[in-house]
Design a protein around this ligand. Sequence first.
Ligand SMILES: C/C(=C\C(=O)SCCNC(=O)CCNC(=O)[C@H](O)C(C)(C)COP(=O)(O)OP(=O)(O)OC[C@H]1O[C@@H](n2cnc3c(N)ncnc32)[C@H](O)[C@@H]1OP(=O)(O)O)C(=O)O
Length: 359
Amino acid sequence: MTDEMTEIDWTDAETFSRALERADTREKGNFFEAFGEGDLIEHDPGLTLTQWGNEAWMSQTLNHDPAYWRTDAARDRGFDEPPIHPDYLTAATLGITVEDLSEKGGYFLGRTDVRFPGTPVYTGTELRVESEVVSTATSSSRPEYGIVTWRTRGRDAETDEVLCSYERTNMIPRREPVATDGGGSAATAEEPDEPALPSEFVTPDGGAFEDFREALERADDRDAAVAYRHERGRTQDDTTVAGLPLATLNTAKQHHNADVMADSPSGDIVTYGDVTRSTALGHARSDEDTYREVGFDDETFHTFVTPGDTVYAFTRVLEAEDADRDEAGTVRFEHIAFNQNDEPVYSGTRTAEIRKRSS
Ligand SMILES: C/C(=C\C(=O)SCCNC(=O)CCNC(=O)[C@H](O)C(C)(C)COP(=O)(O)OP(=O)(O)OC[C@H]1O[C@@H](n2cnc3c(N)ncnc32)[C@H](O)[C@@H]1OP(=O)(O)O)C(=O)O
């Protein structure tokens, strides 16, 4: 080090500002160009699914089903002890991947085929996660982004068993924007007629499997849908927006770097998609007798949720069928999370086993 250099006060505000301008940034994350179809990415971060992580997630998203909190209720549902909640397992499986897949920025657009082949999963399980690039595509509407879909699998690090798997799609920034057709048609699109809603909305009498089946029977052959809203709402705060994603090692700047996000379309940090959907699902589950979660499909994130927004939920019951067990039947739902302005922020279908009244 030279004498002149030792005399520089690098913390002098003006000097430091000039130094920052000249310094290269050690970048994090990958641009769109880094992903090629068929690539397999083994994610370095791992996570031990702890009781603390599980309970923090479930409590803050209002998933208060006793089977995940009390041993007697867990045993009554066929678990050895309170298991890891599927929403936390899903969020942790995704959180670990962000550093490699989406830390560069962009938007979590949607996910499908969320399944839990290895559940129940218990506290202390170590998660190891890998993702395979399923497809890469140009965004015709946004030249600065590409669209990438990955198949992700979260495995038990000890046994290699797949515990959670899904296909997820993000918009990912390109290093170099490309020319696109702008995504729009030159012709003026005619506004489609607004589809008429059913004239009657049926609400199930209770939360048992039979209540859902009877409600569908009541709606059958009539201009009716089994559709209702849930009373609870959850306003987004520091814990839900920044705390929960960081606890899953989700390094997306969207959730915790308010400085960068001030210049983004949302103008603020945004809630992790898995927090939004888990909160809406928590509201829905509070009005049903859930037995097991089976899977989730066609999940879409429609717009941002930011601190101060309140997440509510609306449910449509699509099907109710007998399952392979005496205690429960299988119900397929569509859940829509919406904000305080009644705007949908998330939608997706869910298949769950719902306890029978008689069991
Ligand atoms: C994890 C994680 C991050 C997060 O959790 S971020 C929080 C969750 N996500 C969000 O808050 C995003 C909410 N969505 C939006 O704000 C808007 O949808 C968005 C992303 C601004 C796009 O708005 P547009 O009006 O431009 O929407 P389009 O419907 O035209 O979509 C743009 C293009 O994307 C394609 N696309 C949309 N959804 C899907 C999908 N599920 N699968 C495949 N492709 C999809 C759509 O077709 C459009 O394609 P073009 O070719 O026409 O551009 C983390 O960091 O990982």
